[in-house]
Design a protein around this ligand. Structure first.
Ligand code: ZN
Length: 288
């Protein structure tokens, strides 16, 4: 499936990614509506990874403008900020009703369309033992494919078999991980995104040493670690974002190119420059 992904992602300020074909928004930092304008009305499912303000402050305007279209906002089950927001929005914009608020758990699977499922996965960004406060997401597409032994049958025969034995007799389910979104997270394991067709991953810091900075209480990834993971798994396209604005874009791009060379990365790599909204990210020139 072709994915038209629009996004903004600069650490501390705002992060959001909108996937047009899926009607899915991942995170809702400032500027979602002012960048997407009427297109924001196509957001049917907003998955918020955690309650850091740079990932949710766009919700107020989204709710005010589009609550009537009955979107659903999903959030990690133990993030108290969301029920509080819901209550506040209800009082602040009492006429804008219709938004559904749904808490989700680790390994929750939400079917957003007949063929599309979103799986939530607990990540290590916010660590509070026993409480679920931060999530990554994987999007799967399932399709039914005709079993090879029936490939030569005539259409009418297939229709008859289907009537008698059901669709499951004729076809196999093919499930593909068409997109994954790390959200804010340290790299916990390499398997998580193996075989994702598109991976959107955060790279707040350039070096691993910087991920230990005391100033940042929640855990993040470094560009170096992301590339080390990418070199060890199979994905088709990589989108990097959530860079810290402490860096110069030139410095970030040079580091990305250096890693691409060093790890002999053959897949296209895209990045969200600091302070920029990128429309249709995958239609841009990759950095390599
Ligand atoms: Zn963030």
């Amino acid at each position: 499936m072709k994915l038209t992904i629009h996004g903004y992602s600069t650490a501390l300020y705002a992060t959001w990614y909108f996937i047009e074909e899926l009607g899915i928004l991942f995170d809702a930092g400032d500027g979602v509506c002012s960048s997407l304008l009427g297109k924001a009305g196509k957001i049917k499912h907003a998955f918020i990874s955690h309650a850091d303000r740079d990932h949710l402050t766009g919700l107020l305007q989204f709710n005010q403008l589009f609550a009537g279209l009955k979107p659903t906002i999903y959030y990690p089950k133990d993030s108290g900020s969301f029920p509080f927001l819901k209550e506040f929005f209800t009082k602040f914009d009492p006429h804008n009703t219709g938004t559904n608020w749904q808490e989700i758990e680790d390994k929750s699977i939400i079917a957003t369309k007949n063929t599309i499922q979103v799986e939530a996965i607990e990540n290590g960004h916010v660590v509070q033992p026993g409480l679920l406060k931060s999530l990554s997401f994987k999007v799967f597409e399932t399709k039914r494919k005709l079993k090879s032994e029936f490939a030569n049958l005539h259409k009418d025969e297939l229709i008859n078999i289907k009537k008698e034995r059901g669709d499951g007799f004729l076809t196999n389910e093919i499930k593909r991980n068409i997109l994954s979104y790390s959200a804010d997270t340290p790299i916990d394991d390499y398997d998580r995104y193996h075989n994702s067709e598109v991976l959107i991953h955060e790279a707040t810091f350039l070096t691993k040493e910087e991920t230990n900075t005391k100033m940042w209480k929640n855990k993040h990834s470094s560009l170096y670690e992301v590339f080390e993971m990418i070199a060890n798994i199979n994905i088709d396209k990589l989108i990097l974002g959530h860079f810290s604005s402490r860096y110069d874009q030139y410095e970030i791009d040079n580091k990305i190119k250096k890693h691409i060379q060093q790890y002999n990365i053959k897949i296209p790599v895209y990045r969200i420059p600091i302070g920029n909204t990128i429309k249709n990210i995958l239609a841009q020139e990759p950095i390599n």
